[in-house]
Design a protein around this ligand. Structure first.
Ligand code: SF4
Ligand code: SF4
Length: 186
């Protein structure tokens, strides 16, 4: 049974209108977003279910979901929505909130997302080898995907030593500001 929390629902709606410029209240559950989502098979809740959960104030469950963490930002859902709801924007925003609030989510997803963002904040670009080593260590799977990574490194597809991009310090400042902003209250 779905628990309806009117106060929480109103608060989430307001924040999403302010931050993502989109209104979950207009979703009428047509399911178009979920039907076109290429990653939904890895989600615990389909995109339309996430919209419904936000409508009834279940933001804590959404923040802990693999749906928010596994979204690959392909934007198909947003393009297909007849109500012009920016579903991908909502997923991206909530993923940032989950990282900022250090919320525990399934299958090392929060660790992956946090290390990914920190890597970009530090170097101004993704330094793949460094990022993957850090992630594998944090996930306690040091040899994870080594069979894929090693040939890529040997062919120069992945840079072994991390390099700072131009403007990396500025990217770092933007990241810290975004993290501060993402710490929701209530
Ligand atoms: S496509 Fe839009 S209106 Fe339809 S279920 Fe998804 S969010 Fe709701
Ligand atoms: S943006 Fe995310 S939720 Fe939307 S269709 Fe792509 S993977 Fe699915």
């Amino acid at each position: 049974m779905i628990r309806y929390n009117a106060v929480e629902a109103a608060s989430i709606r307001e924040k999403l209108v302010e931050r993502v410029k989109t209104d979950v209240a207009t979703c009428y559950q047509c399911g178009n977003c979920s039907a076109g989502c290429p990653a939904a098979f890895t989600f615990d809740y389909a995109p339309n279910q996430v919209m419904r959960m936000l409508q009834v104030g279940l933001v804590d469950d959404v923040l802990k979901s693999s749906a928010v963490q596994n979204c690959i930002q392909c934007l198909t859902c947003t393009a297909r929505c007849p109500r012009n709801i920016d579903i991908a924007g909502i997923f991206e925003d909530l993923k940032t909130v989950a990282v900022a609030k250090k919320i525990a989510v399934p299958e090392h997803a929060s660790t992956f997302n946090r290390l990914f963002l920190e890597n970009i904040a530090k170097y101004g670009q993704l330094t793949e080898a460094m990022f993957l080593v850090k992630f594998n260590m944090a996930a306690r799977k040091p040899m994870n995907d080594a069979d894929l990574g090693m040939p890529m490194m040997s062919k120069g597809k992945i840079e072994v030593l991390p390099k700072k991009a131009k403007g990396a310090d500025e990217v770092g400042r933007i990241y810290r500001k975004a993290m501060e902003k993402a710490k929701w209250h209530g």
